[in-house]
Write a protein that binds this ligand. Structure first.
Ligand code: 6PG
Length: 250
């Protein structure tokens, strides 16, 4: 049975980004206090860009000991890192370029490789860094939600949904860029905390599907076994569930 799953609705995307930044800062600072270091899994797509830019601002940057944070990616498109579709490029432009972390603390998915090779390379680096015992327990995993209910690059009907052993696999998206690499459910559900960021009316049907426990929506299968899962939604994305309780599946 997963631990707490909670939801907060914010009036606007700007308020959503600010609320998300508060969670990121709190979780990473607490992890460094507790363990001396922190791990942050970055999401791709467009929604997190405002969050990343906010975290990188001079007034907020000092709230996190960024030199103690390791950065990972929940998924990547199989394109070069300079490609406009690259999740790494978006994160670098919005956050990592400003923070200028030690290169060894950024675990980029090498999307320039063929999908299978890129997934195996990422998996090997994760296991070399975090051990072979089982899925690493990342402190904070950022995720988005697609209109079809996907999250990371775990798309409906894709074989990646059924992976129970590997940490990262190749995946196929129904839209370009089709070739992807994604973390798998075992990793997402091992997290200490997952934070979904969802904005826009186009996401309302998918949010409602997850809230109703529709397991055909891959995002509905993210429920950390011993962690928190928080959904931050703007009012437009929450339109289909207004007035529901705190648990998206409740
Ligand atoms: C990606 C993301 C993907 C994204 C959703 C929402 O590589 O695109 O990992 O899961 O979070 O598709 O994307 P938007 O934030 O652009 O709506």
């Amino acid at each position: 049975m997963s631990a707490a799953i909670e939801r907060e609705v914010l009036a606007t995307p700007a308020e959503l980004a600010a609320a998300a930044a508060d969670v990121v800062e709190t979780e990473l600072a607490a992890a460094v206090d507790r363990d001396g270091a922190a791990t942050l899994v970055l999401s791709g797509g467009s929604t997190p860009r405002a969050l990343y830019r906010l975290l990188a601002t001079p007034e907020r940057r000092a709230r996190v000991p960024w030199d103690r944070v390791e950065f990972l990616f929940g998924d990547e498109r199989c394109v070069r890192p300079i490609d406009v579709d690259s999740n790494y490029r978006m994160a670098h432009e919005a956050l990592l370029g400003a923070l200028a972390p030690d290169p060894g603390s950024v675990h980029r998915i090498r999307g320039e490789l063929p999908p299978g090779e890129a997934a195996a390379d990422y998996e090997a680096r994760l296991r070399a860094r975090f051990g072979e015992a089982g899925p690493p327990r990342f402190d904070l995993v950022l995720l988005g939600l697609g209109g079809d209910g996907h999250t990371a690059s775990l798309f409906p009907g894709d074989a990646a949904l059924d992976e129970t052993a590997r940490l990262a696999v190749a995946a196929r998206a129904p839209v370009e860029p089709r070739d992807r690499v994604t973390l798998t459910f075992p990793v997402l559900n091992a997290a200490r905390r997952v934070l979904f960021l969802v904005a826009g009316a186009d996401k309302a049907p998918a949010v409602a599907r997850v809230a109703s426990g529709d397991a055909t929506a891959p995002a509905a299968r993210v429920a950390p076994a011993a962690g928190r899962c928080t959904w931050l939604l703007d009012r437009a994305a929450a339109a289909g569930i207004a007035g529901r309780g705190t648990d998206p599946a409740g």
